[in-house]
Write a protein that binds this ligand. Structure first.
Ligand SMILES: C[S@@+](CC[C@H](N)C(=O)[O-])C[C@H]1O[C@@H](n2cnc3c(N)ncnc32)[C@H](O)[C@@H]1O
Length: 423
């Protein structure tokens, strides 16, 4: 049995494209499991794997990337609570709002859905969130509902004070929030995945497709299409946006929310042209999801009026807004051009450089992305999201020590900001 055989098994079983996390990661995971299960060589371990469901789950646990945090890419949650606001609830009497977080990892994402809607005044006794992941380990943490500092990464941490209690050194969510989420162990590629479930008004499928090859991505998108209501919103990760356009979804026009809808029967004229498959595949194989800047999900304690419609990208005045709108639509190449044009005609700002870094990252141009994130840090040494991006880039190229240094720096910045706030 060769190491490639294990890669094939993982691809077949859970869709993992080894190239997306680096083939070395799979190899090391297999070695670890081989010695933990006291098998002398790969052939003996292969036999165990084929015959033991327990070992299959262990190998899956060893390769999953459970990286997540509260209000990750927070514009998505702002868009969700704009769309499904108390007026929506009032206009749909007797209806429940159904959301799905797939994959949910250790629960930060589905709990964020509850907190965002609660803060926006949505009656959460009419909210049901299903949360699915293949990892039992991540789900057990999710069900427990207690979190360390690593789950809180943005600068806006007001939600933590509002919703969590510090208990024995961990931040714990109250039962009123935990009870809104139903955690389910599941593999999105299983034939019987969520059979017979009613459709969802909102689906968060973020930072999963990037680990799949092009064929598995398309298969997964079809499953999501089946699970989404005709008017529902589908949220993906920033690097996954172009895939949605290529598969016939349309942007829901929420800036940097990476939100999509099913295409209406006759697409409107201004729907972005689908990105070529080549780009999608290239982006898909790029790396673990880059964490775009956590924008402030401004909570609205009282019932808000329905917001004015979002301006279409075409009417954006500034070049930078236009670049951002293009990126929102997954049109990364055009967004990169607009961003560069902006940087040539304006003095560099952290926002422009950061956006440019994100766009280059989504295009798989790692060197340019790194260069831009470093420039952001020159202007704003504690720019947390740039630090995290850079750390991921260094990790991906094998510089784990460099990545650790940047994460430590982010942690120090976070502690300093917390100290300042409490003074
Ligand atoms: C990077 S986390 C994403 C969590 C969250 N959606 C976010 O964006 O923060 C990826 C998760 O995908 C899960 N996963 C990987 N393959 C899966 C599959 N075939 N079915 C269900 N979950 C899967 C992993 O267990 C891991 O928890």
């Amino acid at each position: 049995m060769t190491p490639e055989g294990f890669q094939q098994w993982l691809k077949h079983t859970m869709g993992l494209d080894a190239a997306s996390i680096g083939p070395g990661v799979v190899e090391r995971a297999v070695q670890r499991r081989m010695s933990a299960s006291e098998r002398a060589d790969l052939t003996a371990y292969w036999h165990l794997l084929r015959t033991s469901q327990l070992e299959q789950q262990e190998l899956i646990e060893a390769v999953v990337v459970p990286e997540t945090w509260f209000f990750r890419d927070s514009q998505a949650f702002a868009a969700l609570s704009h769309h499904y606001d108390p007026l929506w609830a009032a206009g749909h009497p007797g209806e429940r709002l159904r959301a799905l977080s797939l994959p949910c990892s250790s629960g930060e994402e589905p709990y964020t859905v509850v907190m965002a809607l609660l803060d926006a005044g949505f009656p959460i006794d009419r909210l049901d969130v299903d949360a699915v992941d293949i990892s039992e380990r991540a789900l057990s943490k999710a069900r427990h509902g207690a979190y360390g500092n690593n789950s809180f990464r943005g600068r806006e941490l007001g939600f933590r004070d509002r919703h969590f209690r510090l208990e024995d050194g961990a931040w714990r969510l109250p039962a009123s929030i935990r009870s809104r989420v139903r955690f389910i162990q599941g593999n999105v590629l299983d034939i019987a995945f969520l059979p017979g479930e009613a459709l969802y008004d909102a689906i968060f499928c973020r930072n999963l497709l990037i680990y799949f090859d092009a064929q598995t991505q398309v298969r997964t998108v079809e499953i999501l299409r089946r699970l989404l209501r005709p008017q529902g919103l589908l949220f993906v990760g920033p690097s996954e946006a172009s895939l949605m356009l290529a598969e016939g979804f349309v942007s829901a026009q929420f800036p940097m929310a990476f939100a999509f809808r099913k295409a209406p029967p006759k697409p409107a004229a201004d729907i972005a042209a689908p990105a070529p498959r080549k780009t999608v595949a290239a982006i898909a194989s790029a790396r673990p999801a880059p964490p775009p800047r956590a924008l402030s999900a401004v909570p609205r304690p009282t019932a808000p009026a329905r917001p004015a419609p979002q301006p279409a990208p075409a009417v954006d005045e500034s070049l930078l807004d236009r670049a951002q709108a293009l990126a929102d639509n997954g049109r990364f190449a055009e967004a990169a051009t607009a961003c560069e044009a902006y940087l040539q005609t304006h003095s560099a700002s952290a926002r422009a450089l950061y956006l440019s870094g994100l766009i280059h990252g989504a295009l798989g141009r790692d060197n340019a992305a790194e260069d831009h994130f470093r420039k952001v840090l020159y202007l704003e040494p504690c720019h947390e999201e740039a630090l995290m991006h850079l750390a991921l880039l260094l990790d991906t190229r094998g510089d784990a020590a460099g990545g650790r240094v940047l994460r430590l720096r982010a942690q120090r910045c976070r502690s300093a900001a917390t100290r300042q706030e409490s003074q």
